[in-house]
Design a protein around this ligand. Sequence first.
Ligand code: G3I
Length: 414
Amino acid sequence: MGPCRVLRRIGVLAVLALLAGPQVASAQAAPPKETLRAVPLGTAVRLSALRDDTRYRDTFLREFDSLTPENELKMAALQPRRGQFDFTTADALVDFARRNGRPVHGHALVWGLALPPWVIDHGASDEIGLRLPPIVLPALPGALGKGLANSATVLTGWRRDELLSIMTTHIRTVMRHFAGDVAEWDVVNEPMADDGGPSPSVWRRFIGPDYVEHALRAARAADPKAKLFINEYGVEAPGRKLEGLVELVRDLQKRDVPLDGIGLQMHSHILGFHDQATLEGTMRRFAAMGLEVQVTEMDVGTSLLNVAGLDRLTRQAEAYGAAARACNAVAACQRFTTWGITDRLSWIGVGEAPLLFDAAYKPKPAFAAVRNAFAPRMERAAAPARQARRWRWRAGTGARCGWGSCSGLRAGRR
Ligand code: G3I
């Protein structure tokens, strides 16, 4: 989701929330102790920050069980030129995760954004998939004609079979490269539009809506052991988009298309988040379809309107708490991931203060809310320090995982 779309959405949510009043999401009582269970807490990470910022690295190792590379596994990063894969950065991040015993959630194989320019240009479409009509140029003689003919080829877009082959080759190459190290993948990211239909993208435009099916089948064939997810935003509560996604899943299942789980992104805002019962309801719908559920990208923006008497951080804790308790209460919800560690490095900017740790890495009330929801796991993870100590020791010895010098980082793994 592009920042503009998010800000627009946040704006709408803010207005709705103000109209609806404070009942939109009230604080929920903690669930009885026996319903609490271990749910791994994950976060999106950036390799650059893990390397350069000790506090970032220590906070990750102390508080989080798994990681999702924020950008390093996207197509723009992995296949910058057609047929030429660059795994340097991604390998370093996956190696870091393996050395520190953290599972990696792979994000994302097929998406309409974060594409390399060669995919976008040839599709004659911009990054958000705006449809541009094919341009038919008159035949002109000589060099000029030749140049224009080339442009015309570019502007008329992809042939279906060509783009399908590019997509499946990308999936196969990436999943095989990481087989054994990345056990779950967002195979298709954000396939739905707000109206419940397919979202526009180069894949949807030139392959057709069945690109989702082809992607999932290619993913299963590439690494039969990996769990395959569709990851989506704005489907946490009943509405046209959620219904559209449920319909898509039903259709895929009817035709035996492999799919293991749904990622609920949960980009939210203090002025318009969903309560525990609503979120539980959505999770249970997918669970009833035999799917795993994960909260994959939670953040809760706190900026915008200056509402008198609103304690932003308390409100934010309520939003996180509602989602964490919902996940905790539904057995199918098997991971809870926030979209970053610290407000300082959030994709929507430090001003939104949307994460569990502030810009100085101090835990916020939201962290306590998540901690309370997942109490047993947190107790187990009271080993913070053991992990962090081990890391520091390794780094200090200059062993191969030390990133002080980064000399231990390998350029490629296979
Ligand atoms: O790496 C380049 C750098 O080389 C260049 O100098 C710089 C100049 O702008 O850009 C850098 O790339 C940026 C990249 O993040 C890495 O920082 C891109 O411009 C920027 O658009 C990109 O934004 C990411 C966005 O997805 C698009 O890929 C955000 O960090 C990331 O948080 C966001 O994550 C998405 C999920 O993948 C899917 N769900 C929604 C979520 C939020 O939009």
